[in-house]
Design a protein around this ligand. Structure first.
Ligand code: FES
Ligand code: FE2
Length: 361
């Protein structure tokens, strides 16, 4: 190499399309409706059903007896809360244990591999561990108050992507302005990282057109709590109307290439809007939150569709050339590293690099 040649930093790909963590499987409502759900989730084919007592089971989709597929398309069904295999009628309970067969005692060793589940607001998540290991941390308890809130609006988009890349956008403050057109984006507090948990608070303003004449300006404070790469929960206070929202952004790897991104939103009842919003004040209070939730859900979907164009064509740069306005990309990536490999005793822990403290204005 001559002295004028520079050595380019080596960009390495993301270690795996399946970072360890909790990922959405289904909603309780969808399970109730379908009875038995089969899907590709974290590169595995799984089934999910609920027992009569409400317990949910998420399990592998291959029968331990002679290997039949347990999904509905192959004849698998739920009877009296048990999953029944179509081939020889072995029955499985919510712990995955075979508890009955038509012609003999159930073999004790006939047991499905099950995934630990956790439910929040009717959203059912399951743990996916490196080498099938047990949950290393848990999602928060479902302590959310739902009285006085609209029903959840849920929209799922499927596209080529990675949950680290999609979650990274929540700390990439510059793109909020450049891609989505937010104004006055500023960090309200320092990024907080505590093990598997990451917390980020920022404020911004957004203006949206309603029809040809009306323009709505929202002043927003967002409080994002991330529990691994499959669960981001954002509490939002909109100051001009006086509106509280909850958003969940749930990225779930499908097959190593595609991800499902479920956008879930909920709005608190708006008793006395602080300002007139396109007739909101004339609506009965019980209709205001569902209406605003529809509006918010559409806004959220529009944002994600803008991101999808970029995600679909970008390449991961492990050594990005950052500007001071970028927000905390590298601390975020240091946080993500824990989701790819079990900690090794022989590796010294490296401190999280400090972030530029610039706000984006
Ligand atoms: S393969 Fe499922 S019962 Fe035999
Ligand atoms: Fe975005």
């Amino acid at each position: 190499m001559t002295s004028t040649q520079r050595r380019e930093p080596v960009n390495t790909p993301l270690p795996s399309p399946f970072p360890e963590g909790w990922y959405l499987v289904a909603t309780r409502q969808a399970l109730r409706k379908a009875g038995l759900i089969q899907k590709t989730w974290m590169g595995e084919t799984i089934v999910a059903w609920r027992q009569d007592d409400g317990r949910v089971c998420v399990a592998e989709s291959t029968c331990p007896h002679l290997g039949s597929d347990l999904g509905p398309a192959a004849g698998g069904r739920v009877r009296a809360g048990r999953l029944v295999c179509a081939f020889h009628g072995f029955e499985y309970d919510a712990a995955g244990q075979c508890v009955a067969t038509p012609f003999a005692d159930p073999p004790k060793t006939a047991r499905l591999r099950v995934f630990e589940t956790h439910e929040i607001a009717g959203l059912i998540f399951a743990w996916w561990g490196i080498d099938g290991r047990e949950p290393q941390w848990s999602l928060p308890d479902d302590a959310l108050e739902h009285a006085g809130w609209s029903a959840l609006a849920i929209k799922t988009l499927r596209f080529p992507g990675h949950p680290q890349e999609t979650t990274e956008n929540s700390v990439d403050l510059a793109h909020l302005r450049y891609v989505h057109g937010y104004d006055s984006v500023s960090r309200a507090d320092k990024l907080l990282v505590d093990g598997h948990y990451l917390e980020s608070r920022f404020d911004f303003r957004r203006t949206r057109r309603l029809g040809k004449i009306a323009r709505l300006t929202f002043d927003i404070s967002a409080y994002t709590r991330i529990y691994g790469l499959g669960y981001s929960f954002v509490e939002i206070r909109e100051h001009t109307i006086g509106m509280d929202l909850r958003l969940w952004v749930l990225a779930t790897p499908v097959d190593g290439e595609l991800i499902d991104m479920s956008l879930v939103s909920q709005v608190r009842e708006i008793r006395a809007p602080k300002r007139r919003v396109a007739g909101l004040g004339f609506l009965p209070p019980r209709l205001r939150a569902p209406l605003m939730n529809k509006f918010i859900s559409a806004m959220q979907e529009r944002d994600v569709r803008q991101d999808v164009v970029i995600w679909g064509a970008k390449r991961y740069r492990s050594r990005p050339r950052l500007a001071r306005s970028d927000g905390e990309i590298m601390p975020f990536r240091a946080y993500c590293a824990q989701f790819y490999s079990a900690p090794r005793d022989d590796v010294e822990e490296r401190p999280i690099p400090s972030a530029p403290d610039a706000a984006v204005r």
